[in-house]
Design a protein. Structure first.
Length: 210
């Protein structure tokens, strides 16, 4: 076999992952076989199995790819000096991801991953890891806000994180079901929830007067 460059090797790997993503998005994990992915990739069986030995390998690789993308999104919130504004920034970047037509396949595969996590420990570990990243970030923002006297101290930071994540997961489900929802309006409502965390309540988008 002729040697290929690292760039070509990564290109083939992404080609396979994109094929797997398309197959999983269309038919789910159980209705998709490795043969379907091989066919869609346009590569030979040997070439595909050189990179991935099983569907579980592909599912995990797609999850890892999503985690890297989300880490970039989360970094936006980490850069905010005000923890509450950091929470708002997190809502904004996830709203952009939720309304991006190009992300439809990834959202569908993410939902298939949630279902698969009920029966597959390897997939569950990957799904939990993906949830733990934004959860830890939100917890850190809430705790910083509480330390600075900006967020109510009687709120449980982990509970806040899980509630906000659950809201977003619900939007993902409704979007993939084809519900005609006003995402911007729903995220504005989520912003009002975040404003409710403040020690002094104020309207979203308005500065507190001195």
């Amino acid at each position: 076999m002729p040697k290929i460059s690292d760039k070509q090797r990564e290109g083939r790997r992404q080609q396979i992952l994109e094929a797997a993503l398309a197959c999983f998005a269309d038919d789910g994990f159980h209705q998709t076989g490795m043969a379907d992915i091989v066919k869609r990739s346009g590569l030979s069986h040997g070439a595909v199995y050189l990179y991935f030995q099983s569907k579980d390998d592909l599912i995990e690789a797609l999850a890892d790819d999503r985690h890297r993308r989300e880490a970039v999104l989360n970094s936006v919130a980490q850069g905010s000096g005000d923890p509450i504004e950091g929470l708002h920034a997190l809502v904004r970047v996830y709203t952009e991801w939720l309304t991006d037509p190009a992300g439809e396949a990834r959202r569908r595969v993410g939902i298939h991953g949630w279902a698969e996590a009920l029966r597959n420990r390897r997939v569950r570990a990957s799904v939990v890891e993906g949830i733990d990243m934004p959860r830890a970030l939100i917890v850190a923002l809430v705790e910083r806000g509480q330390h600075d006297g900006l967020i109510k101290r009687d709120l449980d930071a982990d509970a806040v994180a899980r509630v906000l994540i659950a809201i977003f997961q619900g939007f993902v489900l409704q979007k993939c079901w084809g519900e005609q929802i006003d995402v911007e309006a729903c995220m504005a409502a989520t912003g009002s929830v975040i404003e409710g965390f403040r020690t002094t309540r104020r309207s979203v988008g308005r500065r507190t007067r001195a």
